[in-house]
Design a binder for this molecule. Sequence first.
Ligand code: GDP
Ligand code: IMO
Ligand code: MG
Length: 422
Amino acid sequence: MSKVNVVLGTFFGDEGKGKIIDYLGEKADLAIRCTGGNNAGHTIEVNGVKYAFHLIPSSILNKNTIALIGNGVVIDPKVLIEEIESLKEKGINTDNLRISDKAHVIFPYHIAMDKLLEEMRGDKKIGTTARGIGPSYCDKFERCGIRMEDLYAKDFAEKVRDNVRRKNEIFKLHGKEELDAEKMIKDYQKYARYLKKYVVDSISLIHEYLDDDKNVICEGAQATLLDIDFGSYPFVTSSNPTIGGIITGSGLNPKNIGDVYGVLKAYSSRVGEGVFMTEQNNAIGDTIRELGHEYGTTTKRPRRCGWLDLVALKYAVRVNGLTHLAINHVDTIGKLDKIKVCTGYEHDGIVDDKFSLNEEYLKKCKPVYEEYLGNFGDISEIKNFDDLPENAKKYLNRIEEYVGIPIKFIGVGAKRENMIIK
Ligand code: GDP
Ligand code: IMO
Ligand code: MG
């Protein structure tokens, strides 16, 4: 039976997971998205064309790969249809798309609730993507969620009416516009007809592929420090983007898991609120943002930028059982004269690598940096690690040495071919 290779984010998202998945996807028979929804934005550049995926596994670009949206994903069908149509316009065949019958569906009341909750949080807002992700996972756990298979059930309209009635009571209380259940039912019946041919029993599908010794990969969304349990709570997303979410979001079991690739950038970035130990809220952060084009794929917000934090990376290795690293934007960091990397936290008069997302603890901590030389020059066409400039090799070797797992992929540019396989 084959093992499943997994790609996960190690920091606050946008590490370039899409690019690594695109590479692994070339050989994959089946690629699965397991968690999150259209809060994700995975950008890939192939033959001069940019693709921004929000829900569909990026491996759909490979005509031989089945691209499955797993049960752990929350799906906004309107957005999904737009994504399918936009791929078709670019000449991409979407017949290989599959959608789990157990995936939960995002409705307009989830989006309205996401916005209302942010408004009510005031200066404690999370900075969500306002895509209805949190409220939709809340309904899943409250057991009033509507799944893909429910769109085709006899009691679908009744379920929507029930939910809308209850949500409208809250909207009314806060002076917000009430939603029209009947219009919603009609719209969603239309979406359901469009999507029907893609909906499958995903758990059987996955295990048939594994039994047949096929190549299966999982595309993580979001990242370790945005995890509802292991991230900087409450400034996190409402799912488990770590390894556990891959399992519960697909129907795989722990024994199925093979290599786990942790994706990071040669620096760090974050969108939305919350702690960011190595943030450079200054000219350095601004320079990194401009050099790396650090503006959100999904919400276009400017990303907060800072140095790479090896203390946090080690935590991601531990929590996810990472076996390899994939580091992107080495070209970007190499444009600076000097590069800093955080190798410890100073607290209570000592320096160590203790990582905890306890706010009180982090408030006491001060990142301790090592400095490396930049000026890598144009490295975008380099294909072998040995051909990288010494400064780049020193920086990358230090990362490997610190976390104790090997770097497998080195991103030296945004395009598919700008990658060194080590
Ligand atoms: P994801 O959410 O983890 O898939 O990452 P995003 O797509 O949101 O953000 C990563 C951004 O960095 C995208 O615009 C990519 O095209 C770009 N990118 C990825 N790897 C590299 C790299 O090695 N160098 C450069 N310059 N850009 C990269
Ligand atoms: P990818 O897969 C970066 C962040 C939001 C916000 C917090 C909660 O592209 O790496 P949500 O809408 O999920 O309730 O917002 O999580 N966030 C991401 N940040 N990349 C992502 O996905 C993200 N998905 C959610 O900005 O801070
Ligand atoms: Mg992204």
